[in-house]
Design a protein around this ligand. Structure first.
Ligand SMILES: [Mg+2]
Length: 172
């Protein structure tokens, strides 16, 4: 049976909403960060010093809807369901692992988490036919090259939610 993987930051956890709040940044700033997949270095230096930043992220507004659909893959189709997340590229936030585990245990305790560990490693988890729901273009590209189906979450998540639902109907 295939696996459906859900990304954490930008998909389940609203990294950029919290970053805007603590940095006093604008929507344009976070859109730019979402485009390139990271905040500018001086902003990142601020974020990574915030105590347990990954533990205090809010859920995205669509996280519960997405997780409920992904659970149907698991519960009705017999797929595996995991969260697939990554640590910062320099591994410069040592508490990130535990904060992410605790965050998931609070909000989605029925789902286990796998770590890339880095973002560029995500596609190593892909077996042909596996689904990844992720907001980063490069992650989706490499996932598709590895033979999986990547569903990209854009700023407006509605197309991704529809694709997750439509794909489920195809496999039923
Ligand atoms: Mg992400």
């Amino acid at each position: 049976m295939p696996t459906i993987y859900l990304d954490m930051d930008g998909v389940l956890a609203d990294f950029n909403a919290k970053a805007r709040e603590v940095l006093g940044a604008t929507e344009a700033d976070s859109d730019q960060a979402a485009q390139v997949g990271r905040w500018p270095r001086e902003k990142w230096e601020t974020l990574k010093e915030i105590y347990h930043f990954y533990r205090i992220l809010p859920k995205t507004p669509f996280a519960d809807e997405l997780v409920d659909m992904a659970r149907r893959y698991r519960d009705e189709l017999g797929w595996r369901l995991y969260i697939l997340t990554a640590i910062p590229s320099g591994n410069d936030v040592p508490q990130a692992f535990q904060d992410k585990v605790e965050w998931i245990q609070e909000y989605y305790p029925d789902i286990a988490v796998h770590f890339g560990p880095y973002s560029r490693d995500k596609a190593h988890h892909c077996q042909p036919g596996d689904i990844l729901v992720d907001d980063r273009y490069d992650n989706c590209e490499s996932w598709t090259r590895a033979g999986g189906q990547a569903i990209r979450v854009l700023k407006d998540p509605s197309s991704a939610l529809k694709e997750v639902a439509d794909t489920f109907q195809r496999y039923r």
